[in-house]
Design a protein around this ligand. Structure first.
Ligand SMILES: [Zn+2]
Length: 385
């Protein structure tokens, strides 16, 4: 890919803040008052706007800003058979342990009526591409290399398998995992054949497994039984990822892992270093880890230095949730620290996470997001010089 000629490629993790007309259109589409075609008219414009903002900020790889998605994982409900989109409020009626689920939503500062999740209600099948069409639209509007984001196999399996409604189709979540892997493999092949440069799988719940020790679960997977020992789940997540990437070459595959990005209140987000994940990440057959390091909650790189041997690192250098714009000097310093563990030619620079992980909760304005990206690009120029 062309960006390989440049050191320190700059890219987003995925999402860009959605303008109010996109949020309105998303809501109307879900209510059934806006057709898919009419929605796409609004979204197409927003995607091009997000693209131009990235180009103006000097990014080396671009995304479509996830403008068409309600959030980074539940959008698959519209593309797959056997999956239903449900609000967390509806989920509350379904799960057995209602008190616990409600407590989680409250503790984590999650609005139950506006956030949606995808739930498995039958045999799952890829009815239409998950991201290929979106990729093609972006491809038609830019010559820059493109990163495509997809929910990771573990996140999808775990969040979609809700015992009360999924068990008729899949007795266990492991059974569902097999079909999720098949669907993601189909999508990877389609994107690769379409010429995508970078496919990033989002697996934010991996941190939840180790930092909460099964005591609380995020709202994304709240319907599942808690486990005190996370090792079995992490092993499952590692196996799923390796099954997805097995035998795949010719496209860069990354995994993004963070500690939640649903609130600007840092206190409700998880905290702890990547160390407990090290032995699992070490065995994940992917090209790049896209990790957050700008937030102090993520600890330092020394926690997983060994894991990065031979791998690329997408280094989180700005916090998408705060309005203060990090200076290029701050970012240069962070990159230099990272170079103690990862050589320059394997280092990418990006924010810690997306700017609009959930449609209804943009974490910053487009103006501040653009300023942060521009700051990263300036830092990259300084580093290259
Ligand atoms: Zn993230």
């Amino acid at each position: 890919m062309t960006s390989r000629q440049k050191l320190f490629p700059v890219t987003m993790v995925g999402s860009w803040p959605r303008p109010p007309d996109v949020m309105r259109a998303l809501r109307q589409k879900h209510e059934g008052t806006l057709s898919e075609a009419a929605f796409n008219q609004v979204a197409d414009e927003a995607v091009v706007e997000a693209l131009r903002a990235q180009e103006a900020s000097g990014l080396d790889l671009v995304t479509d800003g996830e403008q068409r998605r309600d959030n980074f994982y539940s959008f698959v409900a519209e593309k797959m058979d056997g999956v239903r989109l449900t609000t967390l409020a509806e989920m509350l009626n379904i799960v057995e342990d209602k008190a616990r689920f409600e407590r989680i939503l409250q503790t984590l500062d999650v609005p139950a009526f506006s956030m949606k999740t995808a739930m498995c209600v039958g045999k799952v099948r890829r009815r239409s591409p998950l991201a290929l069409d979106d990729y093609r639209f972006l491809r038609a509007h830019t010559r820059s290399p493109i990163k495509v984001t997809l929910p990771g196999p573990y996140l999808l399996t775990r969040s979609m398998w809700v015992k009360e409604v999924s068990r008729d189709a899949y007795h266990t979540k492991e059974d569902l995992g097999k079909d999720v892997v098949r669907i993601l493999r189909e999508e990877v092949q389609a994107l690769k054949n379409g010429g995508a440069d970078f496919i990033q799988f989002d697996e934010p719940v991996l941190t939840e497994l180790v930092f909460t020790q099964g005591q609380t679960l995020t709202f994304m997977c709240a319907a599942l039984a808690a486990r005190r020992d996370p090792s079995e789940e992490l092993e499952f997540a590692t196996q799923l990822m390796n099954q997805v990437t097995k035998g795949t070459s010719g496209v860069r595959i990354g995994v993004h892992i963070c500690r939640g990005n649903w609130s600007q209140n840092e206190k409700v987000l998880l905290s702890g270093s990547y160390r407990p994940l090290a032995s699992y990440l070490e065995r994940m057959n992917v090209d790049q880890f896209v990790l957050e390091f700008a937030t102090p909650r993520a600890g330092g790189l020394e926690a997983i230095g060994d894991v990065l041997d031979g791998k690329e690192l997408g280094l989180g250098v700005v916090n998408p949730r705060i309005s203060e714009v990090e200076t290029p000097q701050q970012i240069v310093r962070r990159a230099k620290e990272a170079m103690l563990y990862v050589p320059a030619e394997r280092l990418f620079l990006n924010p810690d996470c997306g700017f609009g992980t959930f449609a209804q909760r943009p974490l910053n304005t487009a103006r501040i997001a653009a300023a942060k990206l521009a700051s990263i690009s300036q830092a990259a120029s300084i580093l290259r010089a």
